[in-house]
Unconditional design. Structure first.
Length: 189
């Protein structure tokens, strides 16, 4: 009986610690708000869903140095006045320490990052990655850049896993956007 009570107490305390560690859901922006923030001059967004087949996922995972779970990519093509193309706003998620971080990256027609926004953060620590001061580091990045801690991205103490997740997420979205849209742009020019 004492073992049973000890087990229940241990399970209860451990569960509370894990729940505390996981954190609560913090919604900072909706996808619509994220798009508007990244492309303030856009008058129209056209939503496209790009599906990833196994061959593409393997090739891109080899290029990026890590596999990823995405089976599709939700892309908003941003257009300004006169239907002038402004860029791509892409929603994605990467796992932080325990739970996903939902973010959006704006990419221009040269496949360079215009900006990034954290839409939803679900961890108990590391939420500083949503701050503009941190996110500004991604502006101007392309696949030619390492997008790595201590190379071209300054880390945040206590948020290393979140920073790594966003770094990988930005590189992943740059690679996917180039894969799906670079051939289309060549034909359009």
């Amino acid at each position: 009986m004492i073992r049973y009570i000890s087990f229940i107490a241990f399970a209860f305390l451990t569960g509370a610690a894990v729940a505390d560690e996981i954190g609560s859901v913090q919604v900072f922006l909706t996808p619509d708000e994220g798009r508007d923030k990244l492309f303030p001059d856009a008058v129209e967004f056209v939503r496209e869903v790009q599906h990833l087949d196994v061959v593409v996922k393997r090739r891109l995972a080899a290029d990026l140095g890590r596999a990823f779970a995405d089976d599709s990519l939700e892309v908003y093509l941003a257009y300004g006045k006169g239907h002038a193309f402004q860029g791509y706003a892409i929603v994605s998620e990467e796992i932080g320490k325990f739970r996903p971080i939902t973010f959006m990256v704006g990419i221009d027609s040269r496949f360079t990052v215009l900006g990034a926004s954290v839409l939803v953060y679900r961890e108990s620590r590391g939420g500083q990655v949503r701050q503009p001061r941190f996110l500004r580091q991604y502006r101007g990045k392309s696949l030619k850049d390492p997008v790595r801690i201590n190379r071209d991205i300054v880390n945040i103490t206590g948020a290393t896993l979140s920073v790594r997740s966003l770094n990988f997420g930005v590189r992943k979205l740059l690679a996917l956007t180039e894969h799906f849209y670079q051939p289309r742009q060549s034909v359009m020019q």
